[in-house]
Write a protein that binds this ligand. Structure first.
Ligand SMILES: NC(=O)c1ccc[n+]([C@@H]2O[C@H](COP(=O)([O-])OP(=O)(O)OC[C@H]3O[C@@H](n4cnc5c(N)ncnc54)[C@H](O)[C@@H]3O)[C@@H](O)[C@H]2O)c1
Length: 373
């Protein structure tokens, strides 16, 4: 059962970028009846045709062909980060709303141009990540909103590893502008933190490049060298508008660690938030007076890999004329924060954050897959 009424016509959707992550979106297509992926395109048209065949999509084609298709009202942009802005702008110019993979764009300027163009044309823009809509983080949201940890005072968040060149088939983009651990993984952590605690008013940070050159150990590019153009260890501090202070470390330079993904500390207790790059749990809480941490049963649906639920919410919101949750203001604020950590390090100061956003509306508890209200 899902959220569209039977007389609603499914939004026709086109996917641009048929690489590694596209399969997750083609699979999501099957879970909802209020949108339908009718075409997919790539710079490599043969790759687009192969994905269309594999996932039963009506048409695999060139980007020009997809954008010229007047039936398509909505584009999912799954290209590499540096192409997110240009592809989003072209799709908007073609009269289509756009949902991007993360990061929203590389620069603040191209994100703002896209938002202005969408507003001018009466179109929508949204962006991954949508893991904050998963059962794990939605359960945390409810615990915080219900006052279970009192008033949030502080948070710490860690995303640390040794990078993606050991598994991703074409990992070069992770070390170029628009990549690095902050632009790659920061969106999950920052979107989760902002959806749980609200917007941020200032940040500071320190960054470094530890390994100026990396060697790909995955196939098919095994042995190929990558020159690293962006910081790969970023330690940041942020002050939220609500007064809470958070520490965030993102790194591709750390071989092993024992730090949590995210912990939020309140006046009455502490909350352990699950991996924000996943949809499920575990969620753990320890209130003042408790002997030990307690696992909290998840109250919300979308606990398994539900990548695409944010774009589904956007498609349904367009039909129901209501705001979408993985929206452009949230995405822009997160992009602004990611830049601000780097700017703060370069300029050796705090950066006052100019952007802001509302916390996206929580999902109702207990939804089944395919339902969004
Ligand atoms: N791979 C993952 O696990 C993963 C997870 C979450 C999010 N993402 C995000 O999804 C996006 C895509 O990642 P991926 O791993 O699928 O990358 P990928 O390199 O496997 O695929 C990207 C595809 O986009 C195509 N492309 C590039 N520029 C284009 C353009 N201008 N027009 C049309 N097609 C273009 C490429 O030909 C390629 O097929 C990235 O932004 C990444 O951050 C990836």
């Amino acid at each position: 059962m899902n959220s569209a009424t039977t007389d609603q016509v499914a939004v026709k959707v086109g996917v641009i970028g048929c690489g590694n992550i596209s399969g997750a979106y083609f699979n999501t297509n099957k879970s909802f009846n209020f949108f339908e992926i009718v075409a997919c395109a790539d710079l490599d048209v043969e790759r687009a045709k192969a994905k269309a065949e594999e996932f039963g999509i009506a048409k695999g084609c060139s980007v020009d062909e997809l954008l010229a298709d007047s039936e398509i009202a909505f584009v999912i942009n799954l290209t590499i980060p540096q192409a997110h802005g240009p592809v989003m702008l072209r799709a908007l110019e073609s009269g289509k709303s756009v949902y991007n993979e993360k990061p929203f764009t590389v620069t603040r300027e191209e994100a703002q141009r896209a938002i202005d163009l969408a507003n001018e044309k009466g179109l929508r823009v949204g962006s991954a990540p949508d893991t904050f809509l998963g059962g794990g983080i939605q359960t945390c949201r409810k615990l915080i909103d219900d006052g279970e940890i009192g008033t949030p005072v502080a948070a710490s968040a860690f995303m640390m590893g040794r990078g993606h060149e050991s598994w991703h088939p074409s990992p070069e983009f992770y070390y170029k502008v628009g990549g690095g651990p902050m632009f790659d993984m920061g969106p999950y952590y920052l979107t989760a933190l902002v959806s749980l605690m609200g917007p941020v008013k200032r940040v500071t940070g320190a960054t470094r490049i530890t390994f100026p050159e990396r060697t790909i150990t995955s196939q098919p590019l095994h042995g190929t060298k990558i020159s690293v153009d962006v910081p790969t260890h970023i330690a940041g501090v942020m002050d939220f508008q609500n007064g809470a202070i958070a520490t965030l470390v993102t790194s591709f330079d750390v071989p092993a660690h024992t730090m949590p993904n995210i912990e939020i500390y309140g006046t009455e207790g502490s909350l352990r938030v699950p991996d924000p790059n996943s949809f499920g749990g575990p969620v753990r809480i320890k209130r003042i007076g408790d002997d030990d941490w307690r696992e909290v049963p998840l109250t919300h649906g979308y606990q398994a890999n539900a990548r695409g639920v944010g774009m589904a919410d956007m498609a349904l919101s367009m039909q129901k004329s209501r705001p979408h949750r993985a929206n452009e203001k949230l995405a822009y604020h997160v992009l602004d924060l990611m830049h601000a950590f780097h700017d703060a390090s370069d300029q050796e100061r705090h950066i006052a954050i100019q952007s802001t956003c509302e916390r996206p509306a929580p999902l109702p508890a207990g939804l089944q897959d395919g339902q969004l209200d």
